[in-house]
Design a protein around this ligand. Structure first.
Ligand code: HEC
Length: 133
């Protein structure tokens, strides 16, 4: 069982271990606490924090290639034209973002974002396609 006291102690340990890097460590520890756990056919259900985080991530990490409105003039990078080369289900899109597309500029993001953030990103990019629910 992890109680508030243990989390506090863990944070303290992180602060002591990480020194000046502690802000990041604390932010990550805080993120872990609120991370979504429920997992169904569509992957984890993102928390409101993860949805907000995905909005930022999309703007800073994805839009450079996929454009802000997801309607890239380069077909393979377009999310709005109803064509999903790697599957359009939430599960498929989570898989593409997690593992990338080998041999293309689409890199795997599994080490950069939490599963909940990736689930939120998948829902966001699917949202650019008016044909998908
Ligand atoms: C450096 C450029 C680049 C960045 C950054 C990038 N992508 Fe991609 N992405 C691509 C390319 C290129 C493809 C097309 C791969 C192919 O040819 O099949 C792609 C494909 C995809 C697909 C599959 C689309 C389909 O038709 O099935 C998804 C989903 C996706 N990207 C999501 C993301 C998300 C989410 C991010 C940000 C976390 C992101 N990408 C960041 C270049 C990028």
């Amino acid at each position: 069982m992890v109680n508030a006291r243990m989390v506090g102690a863990a944070c303290l340990a992180l602060v002591m271990a990480a020194g000046t890097g502690s802000t990041i460590a604390l932010a990550q520890a805080a993120k872990k606490k609120t991370a979504s756990k429920a997992k169904g056919a569509d992957g984890p259900v993102p928390t409101p924090e993860e949805v907000a985080s995905a909005e930022d991530i999309y703007k800073t990490k994805c839009a450079v290639c996929h454009t802000l409105d997801g309607n890239s003039p380069i077909v393979n990078m377009n999310f709005a034209d109803g064509e999903w080369r790697h599957g359009s289900s939430v599960k498929d899109v989570i898989n593409t973002i997690t593992n990338g597309v080998q041999g293309t500029a689409m890199m795997p993001f599994k080490t950069q974002f939490s599963p909940g953030e990736i689930a939120a990103l998948a829902r966001k990019v699917r949202g650019f396609d008016p044909k998908l629910k």
